[in-house]
Design a protein around this ligand. Structure first.
Ligand code: CTP
Length: 406
C-alpha cells in the first residue's frame, strides 16, 4: 500500500508466544500488500520461530539485539524508530504489555517502541486467564488512554488447551487493521459529538432503571474518529471503558443530564452520532430516601424522557445526524421510520436478537440506511470495524452534499 509515492514502512514486533507462527503469515501478507516490513524479535520469540523465516519473507535482516554492534551500525535503533509509519506488536505477550505500560525499555523491541513517534497497534495473544488478569487489563486501559491501539483477541481453542478469548486474530484481520491505521486522516477538521453507554434513571439513592448497553459502540466510534483526525466530545453514560486521551469525555448518568450536555455541545460540532441507549422512561418521583421493603406490590410510575435526537433533528442547522436503532422486529421498516421522524442523515439499524449483534459484545451486525432509502447490510464485524464503515458512509454523504451545492 502506498500513499502518494512513498512506500509505507511497518515494524512488526514479534514477542514470545505460540502465536508467533501467525506473525509469519502476517509478514507475508504485508509484503504482498507492497508494504516495507521490518521485523524486530524478542529473545523469547526466537524460541518459537527463527529470524531466518522472517528475514526470508520480509527481505530484510531481522533486528534482535540492542547491543549487537553490526546491527546497531547498519540499522541503529533510533533509525528504526524513525523509519516506522506504524509499529505493530503481534503477538504481544502479557509481559511486553506490562513492560510498555511501565515504561521499561530493556530490549531492542521496547527500546525502539519507546523512541518511535509512529502510531502503535498491539495484538495481545495469551491464555484466557492471563488475558483476564486485572493487572493486564489495567495496563491495556492505561495504554489505550495514552493512544495505543489494541486489537481484541479472538475467541476459540487456545494452544494451552483452554477455550476462550486469547487467540491472536487471524493475519487477514490484523492486515485490515493495519491498512485502516495507515489510511490518511480523512476526518481532519470534523468535530464529532458522540454519545455512548446507557442512561441510569434513579428510583432512590441506591437503585436505578437502566439497560444492558456497555458503551462499546460509542467508544469504538470515538477511537475511530480520533484515529482518522476528527476532534471528539464523548458524552457517556456509565461505562467501564477508557476513552483515548484526545477525546473530551463528559460523563453523565441520566437522560436529562445527557440532553443538557448534548445541547450545550451541539453548536460547536459538525456531526452528532447518538450511540447511547437512552432510557425512554424515568421514575416520576425518585425517592430521596432508600425505599423500604414492604409486603404489598410496589408500583413505580414512569414518565417519558425527552427524545434527545428528535430535538437535535428539529434544530439541525446543517449538521449531520446519525442515530442507532436497536430492534427486535421489522428492522429496516422501524429504522427507516426513526430516520425520517428524527430528521436524521443516517441510521445504523441492528437486530439485537441475532447472535453477535446485541448489546455488550465486541461485535455487531448492522444495516446502515440513508435518507434516499439506500441500505448497506453489513455482515458480522467488530464494533471498531463498524465504526469505520459508519464514517465511510458519512464521508460519502458529505461528498454528495458538496457536489449538490457546487
Ligand atoms: N434516542 C434519544 N433519546 C431518547 C431515546 C433514543 O436520543 N430518549 C436516540 C438513540 O440514541 C438512538 C435513536 O434515538 O440513536 C433511536 O433510539 P431507539 O431507542 O432505538 O428508538 P426510540 O426512538 O426510543 O424508539 P423505541 O424505543 O420505541 O424503539
Amino acid at each position: 500500500m502506498t500513499v502518494g509515492e512513498k512506500e509505507k514502512t511497518v515494524i512488526i514486533g514479534v514477542t514470545g508466544g505460540i502465536a508467533c507462527y501467525k506473525a509469519v503469515e502476517l509478514v507475508r501478507l504485508l509484503v504482498k500488500d507492497s508494504l516495507a516490513v521490518q521485523v524486530i524479535m524478542t529473545r523469547a520469540a526466537m524460541e518459537f520461530v527463527t529470524p531466518l523465516t522472517f528475514q526470508t519473507l520480509s527481505g530484510k535482516p531481522v533486528a534482535t539485539e540492542t547491543f549487537n554492534l553490526t546491527q546497531e551500525s547498519e540499522i541503529g535503533h533510533i533509525n528504526l524508530a524513525d523509519s516506522a509509519d506504524l509499529f505493530v506488536i503481534a503477538p504481544a505477550t502479557a509481559n511486553v504489555i506490562g513492560k510498555i505500560a511501565a515504561g521499561i525499555a530493556d530490549d531492542l523491541l521496547t527500546t525502539v517502541l519507546m523512541a518511535t513517534q509512529a502510531p502503535v497497534l498491539i495484538a495481545p495473544a495469551m491464555n484466557i486467564h492471563m488475558y483476564e488478569n486485572p493487572i493486564l487489563q489495567e495496563n491495556i486501559r492505561k495504554l489505550r488512554r495514552i493512544g495505543y491501539h489494541f486489537m481484541e483477541p479472538a475467541e476459540g481453542y487456545l494452544a494451552c488447551g483452554y477455550e476462550g478469548k486469547g487467540r491472536l486474530p487471524e493475519p487477514e484481520k490484523i492486515l485490515e487493521e493495519i491498512r485502516s491505521l495507515l489510511r490518511k486522516k480523512d476526518l481532519l477538521g470534523e468535530r464529532f459529538l458522540i454519545t455512548a453507554g446507557p442512561s441510569r434513571e434513579p428510583l432512590d439513592p441506591v437503585r436505578y432503571i437502566s439497560n444492558r448497553s456497555s458503551g462499546k459502540m460509542g467508544y469504538a466510534l470515538a477511537r475511530a474518529a480520533v484515529r482518522r483526525g476528527a476532534g471528539v466530545v464523548l458524552v457517556s453514560g456509565p461505562s467501564a471503558i477508557e476513552p483515548p486521551s484526545a477525546v473530551r469525555l463528559i460523563p453523565v448518568n441520566t437522560a436529562a443530564e445527557m440532553r443538557r450536555a448534548v445541547l450545550e455541545q451541539f453548536p460547536e460540532c459538525t456531526a452528532v452520532i447518538m450511540a447511547a441507549a437512552v432510557a425512554d422512561y424515568r421514575p416520576v418521583d425518585a425517592s430521596s430516601k432508600k425505599l423500604k421493603r414492604g409486603k404489598a406490590p410496589l408500583d413505580i410510575r414512569l414518565e417519558p424522557n425527552p427524545d434527545i435526537l428528535r430535538e437535535l433533528g428539529r434544530r439541525k442547522n446543517g449538521k449531520l445526524l446519525v442515530g442507532f436503532a436497536a430492534e427486535t422486529e421489522e428492522l429496516i421498516a422501524n429504522a427507516t421510520r426513526k430516520l425520517h421522524e428524527k430528521n436524521l442523515d443516517l441510521i445504523v439499524a441492528n437486530d439485537v436478537t441475532q447472535a453477535g449483534g446485541g448489546f455488550d459484545g465486541d461485535t455487531n451486525i448492522a444495516t446502515i440506511v440513508d435518507r434516499s432509502g439506500a441500505s448497506d447490510s453489513l455482515s458480522l464485524m467488530t464494533k471498531d470495524e463498524l465504526a469505520d464503515r459508519i464514517y465511510d458512509h458519512l464521508l460519502a454523504l458529505k461528498d454528495k452534499h458538496s457536489d449538490g451545492n457546487s
